[in-house]
Design a protein around this ligand. Structure first.
Ligand code: NAD
Length: 278
């Protein structure tokens, strides 16, 4: 059975480092501060925002929750993002999804200044990432790489398959893997024979949001599998995109919950401290 790549240990390690750096910034009179803008009554989003606030508190990073309510207009959300973006005491700005009906995520996020775009939501950030220029990567994609590094997984020259091509996870993860000299294939909902593609992966990153999508048949024996999926279950739990039986073929696997999620939150705070140090 696969070795578990826990995210909790790495998240705690990251948090310690972030807390030390946040304390130094506070001593210098520049306490790091993050603004989270959200306009939804989605329960999962509320849970996630609260978890960011809790983690920020533990790391000594100020966290301003800007709750606009589900009836807020896209214009109001954009105006609030611009306000936080222009506030010199705020170093990181996050736009939490889902967004109000009719809102264009790219248009809204385009007002987040790239130097405060700690979740890589501004299309400029993804463009810079793709061009190999310094930029904040979306925290989830960065978490995938951080977990692989923490576990000592070699990437150069190896075949990595990313399932999912979203702007927030799949595409940036593929670019980060490319930057590390992996040979990268991106699969998605229109991929003809998904199992045939994923079976060639030495490193398999799954971000589809489809519980049970990856069966043992999709996994090359011994592969390192990073499960980004977070799918709520009827009993209030959370499962990934990788079926439990697939663990029998994988060499190593990130659990859900407790894998990518905690590292994502830890990296949002790390990015905020980096932004504040600049
Ligand atoms: P998305 O819906 O924007 O994109 C899903 C992608 O998966 C699409 O590119 C689609 O082509 C692909 N896909 C869908 N069905 C497929 C199939 N049957 N076969 C192959 N590919 C398929 O989702 P997203 O925002 O990229 O998120 C993906 C998952 O990651 C979700 O479960 C989400 O909740 C989770 N997520 C987790 C974190 C975290 O911190 N752990 C953060 C962000 C997203």
């Amino acid at each position: 059975s696969a070795e578990l790549i826990s995210g909790r240990e790495l998240a705690a390690e990251l948090r310690e480092g972030t807390a030390a750096r946040a304390a130094r910034l506070a001593e210098a009179g520049r306490p790091p501060r993050l603004a989270v803008v959200w306009a939804t009554d989605d329960g999962a989003a509320a849970w996630y925002v609260r978890s960011i606030a809790k983690a920020a508190d533990k790391a000594g990073v100020g966290c301003e929750l800007v709750e606009l309510g589900a009836s807020a207009s896209a214009d109001a959300v954009q105006a609030r993002l611009a306000e936080s973006g222009g506030d010199p005491s705020v170093h990181g700005v996050i736009l939490q999804t889902p967004l109000p009906d009719g809102a264009e995520p790219d248009e809204l996020a385009a007002v987040i200044p790239p130097d405060k775009d700690v979740d890589g939501a501004n299309p400029l950030s993804l463009g810079r990432l793709a061009a190999g220029l310094p930029a904040f990567a979306p925290a989830t994609a960065a978490a995938v790489l951080a977990l692989l590094d923490h576990h000592g997984v070699a990437l150069a020259g190896r075949h990595a398959v990313v399932v999912g091509r979203s702007t927030v996870v799949g595409k940036p993860a593929a670019h980060l893997l490319l930057d590390r000299d992996a040979t990268v294939t991106v699969a998605h909902s229109r991929t003809a024979d998904l199992a045939a593609v994923t079976r060639t992966a030495e490193v398999l990153v799954v971000a589809a949001g489809r519980p049970g999508l990856i069966t043992p048949d999709h996994v090359r024996p011994g592969a390192v599998v990073v499960d980004v999926g977070t799918n709520p279950t009827p009993d209030g739990g959370l499962v990934g995109d990788v079926a439990p039986e697939a663990a029998e073929r994988a060499g190593a696997l990130t659990p859900v919950p407790g894998g990518v999620g905690p590292v994502t939150t830890a990296l949002l705070l790390r990015h905020t401290v980096i932004a504040a140090e600049r």
